[in-house]
Design a protein around this ligand. Structure first.
Ligand code: PLP
Length: 499
């Protein structure tokens, strides 16, 4: 029996396309070990192709970025950093990591880049510990006249441990758009630091820099942190720098969400975090459109501490992902990418305006980045219900709490909508009007489901079947004009790998 690759090569009339050949060959190898995993991968392409992806934290990486991750680099241990490894034979990983780091420094104009962290959550831990090491541990060791933690007595080590655990972090409250790792009680960040979150203004939903300054002068945090997962406005980092300098804090920015807008020169001057912060963390897979992973950019003063990510927090890096990061940074350092980043914001603003024209209330009345928070309570729904209804019609979004949300962090009153992925597909302002219209149409056609006792159930929906059918058709009509990875013949992949 012919293999999938043989079938493809005979079907393509002697003109194989590189992406398809690579995908078929890879899937054939995967299927030879476990066909169900190959089927899952193909089904995921199908799923992502057939849904309008409005999740603000997701994107579509290039096929080159994906290819860089599927190879032997995954097999290599390389604890340490380039030319300073705890393992032999790291010469090629050194080359990969150095290339990725230099590409990142180039792209963002940073003094130093550390590209090892596997995710945004652990990059923040590495950053916290780099700052603690630089600002608390190193001076303590100097005071005691020793060079290393290993030179401390058990009592001295214990005293230092307590001092490290007694520092203050001031980040944006989780309920106001900050991330879990910014000092939320359920996260390790609020257990290792004394966390003093700041909120947004209750009336406007905006960051109130004067109120943050007042709080920072009272708290005197070791780390003043800004950045967000769900805040629809740009941040004035110059103003944050002034506040940090005034209260003696290290300024850290988590730009996980908007790194692509910094790379793409949408956020410049006072809005460029790399220019103003001591330490900047980011994921690489959201607006930046790289592989799932993260990195730190920092001023020279912190470079040696950041390099101690391993052994402080991390184990071995993921060399195959660092290779993919190197590609993504290069892709982002182009005119095309800058156009993309500007279009992401234009699309977000077009979507926001279209929703507002349809009577939807938006947090802060709009957006100047890639995301917006839509209040869905005017449709008589919770965020979770709205999310479920949209998914049924082929639109992926996520429910998100609005600041000071009466429905709490689980059910929520809002949807977080983002444009990075649709913009990668090539959609523009006109398509955003259609997206807004579909959202409004679906939510108008959805009622809360009922409990057995006939009361509205927060987690259930009653979606009008006619609305579902019409909305799904509109979604598919839109997507048919903007096909994800058009190089990939999905029908062929399904036929060969999904049995
Ligand atoms: N920081 C911010 C601002 C985020 O929005 C996220 C994830 O959504 C993270 C960190 C965590 O990233 P990861 O999911 O890669 O751990």
């Amino acid at each position: 029996m012919a293999t999938p690759l043989e079938n493809y090569l005979s079907a393509c009339n002697g003109k194989p396309n590189v992406a398809m050949t690579a995908y078929v060959a890879n899937l054939q190898q995967v299927a030879s070990v476990n066909p169900s995993i190959a089927a899952d991968i193909v089904n995921e392409i199908d799923n992502q192709r057939s849904h309008l992806k409005l999740i603000a934290s997701e994107n579509y990486s290039s096929l080159a970025v994906q290819a860089a991750m599927g190879n032997i680099l995954t097999d290599k241990y390389a604890e340490g950093y380039p030319e300073h490894r705890y393992y032999g034979g790291c010469v090629n990983v050194d080359a990969v990591e150095s290339t990725a780091a230099r590409e990142a420094e180039n792209l963002f104009g940073a003094d130093y880049a550390y590209v090892q962290p596997h995710s945004g959550a652990d990059t923040n831990l590495v950053a916290y510990w780099a700052i603690l090491s630089a600002k608390v541990e190193a001076p303590a060791l100097e005071e005691l006249g020793v060079k290393s933690l290993n030179d401390l007595t058990a009592e001295q080590f214990d005293a230092l441990r307590k001092r490290l655990g007694n520092q203050r972090l001031m980040g944006l409250d989780y309920s106001c758009g900050g991330h879990l790792t910014h000092g939320y009680k359920m996260n390790v960040s609020a257990r290792m630091f004394e966390s003093h979150p700041y909120g947004v203004d209750k009336e406007t939903g905006l960051l109130d820099y004067d109120a943050i300054e007042k709080q920072a002068m009272e708290v005197k945090p070791l780390i003043l942190l800004t950045g967000y997962s769900a805040y629809p406005r740009k941040i004035n980092f110059k103003r944050f720098r002034e506040i940090a300098d005034k209260c003696g804090a290290v300024l850290m920015v988590d730009m996980a969400h908007f790194a692509g807008l910094v790379a793409g020169k949408v956020f410049t001057g006072d809005y460029d975090p790399v220019k103003w912060a001591d330490v900047v963390t980011t994921t690489t897979h959201k607006t930046l459109r790289g592989p799932r992973g993260a990195m730190i950019l920092c001023k020279k003063e912190f470079a040696d501490y950041v390099n101690k990510g391993c052994p402080t927090v991390l184990g071995g890096p993921l060399p195959h992902v660092m290779a993919a990061k190197a590609l993504a940074f290069k892709e982002a350092n182009t005119k095309e990418y800058q156009e993309y980043a500007h279009q992401v914001v234009k699309n977000a603003q077009a979507l926001a305006k279209a929703l507002q024209d349809l009577g939807v209330r938006l947090q802060t009345d709009g957006t100047d980045n890639h995301l917006m928070l839509a209040d869905v309570t005017s449709y008589g729904l919770t965020g979770k219900q709205a999310e479920a209804a949209m998914f049924e019609c082929g639109v992926t979004v996520n429910a998100n709490a609005l600041p000071y949300d009466k429905n709490g962090a689980w059910w929520t009153s809002g949807l977080r909508l983002g444009t990075p992925a649709l913009t990668t597909l090539g959609m523009k302002e006109d398509e955003m009007k259609e997206v807004a219209s579909i959202i409004d149409f679906v939510l108008k056609g959805t009622k809360p489901g009922l409990t057995k006792e006939g009361k509205p159930a927060k987690g259930k929906i009653n979606l009008d079947p006619a609305v579902k059918e019409a909305a799904s058709k509109r979604v598919q009509a839109l997507l048919s004009k903007f096909v994800l990875y058009p190089e990939l013949d999905l029908d062929f992949l399904k036929k060969e790998f999904v049995k």
